[in-house]
Design a protein around this ligand. Structure first.
Ligand code: PGA
Length: 254
């Protein structure tokens, strides 16, 4: 039985006061939930403050990115150790904005996944196709390639600490979300790929989130799909009044 996992990706939004206010509100409204795994991923500069507010609650904290070296001359970057030091449990890796805006490739993302695991963080690995790739019927090939590349060298045991977020690039921040059937099709494909790589038992335990314009009014339909195990939420995670109903939409929750 997989527990649903809902994570909020705040991206480059919020300020200190609004971050603290949202963290306090989430702690009050969902801080005791045991039926859903919960996390928020604030901008780096607010991580420690948010983690302090959420300490002892059910809402974990994650970084939005990291660099795959423990320390050194990497101006502007942060290590896995630094994320752990300020209270992070998770780190989002391979987000499409990192891939497409910052030009990150599969090799770098793989290095980050391996380093995060080695340091003790839990990666949320994002994969997804562009609209051109979907129209060219290349979704399966693209997502398979991203998953295989990012998870190269990851052991079956380490897979228990990985979450995959399927986020079609054309659905992120656009208001265009994948239909529940489109999401299910790709999620099932990812799970069977993992079964090929690590066996059915590992694949059955893998939590696969859907991301891309998840909102309170579409969350329930997405999350009733058998291979959709929660959501990675951008825009709708910035307000408790949108984020909490998404959590409540998880099967078995509320
Ligand atoms: P969105 O972002 O919910 O605003 O589409 C999702 C994401 O990028 O993780």
């Amino acid at each position: 039985m997989r527990k649903p996992f809902v994570a909020g990706n705040w991206k480059m939004n919020m300020d200190l006061a609004s971050s603290l206010a949202l963290a306090r509100e989430l702690k009050g409204r969902v801080g005791e939930r045991a039926d859903v795994t919960l996390a928020v991923c604030p901008p780096f500069c607010y991580l420690k403050a948010v983690a302090d507010v959420l300490a002892g609650s059910a809402v974990a904290v994650g970084g939005q990115n990291m660099y795959p070296e423990p320390k050194g001359a990497f101006t502007g970057e942060l290590s896995a150790e630094m994320l752990l030091d300020v209270g992070c449990t998770y780190v989002i890796l391979g987000h499409s904005e990192r891939r497409h805006v910052m030009g990150e490739g599969d090799e770098l993302i793989n290095a980050k996944v391996l380093r995060a695991l080695q340091a003790g963080l839990k990666p949320i690995l994002c994969v997804g196709e562009t609209i051109e790739q979907r129209k060219a019927d290349r979704t399966g090939e693209v997502v398979t390639g991203q998953v295989r590349a990012a998870l190269g060298g990851v052991s079956a045991d380490q897979m228990a600490r990985i979450t995959i977020a399927y986020e079609p690039v054309w659905a992120i921040g656009t208001g265009l979300n994948a239909t529940p059937q489109q999401a299910q099709e790709v999620h099932a494909m990812i799970r069977s790929l993992l079964a090929d790589i690590h066996g059915r038992a590992v694949a059955d335990l893998l939590v696969i989130q859907y991301g891309g314009s998840v909102k309170p009014d579409n969350a329930a339909d997405l999350m009733t799909m058998p291979d959709v195990d929660g959501a990675l939420v951008g825009g709708a995670s910035l307000k408790a009044n949108a984020f909490v109903p998404i959590i409540d939409a998880c099967p078995g929750a509320a």
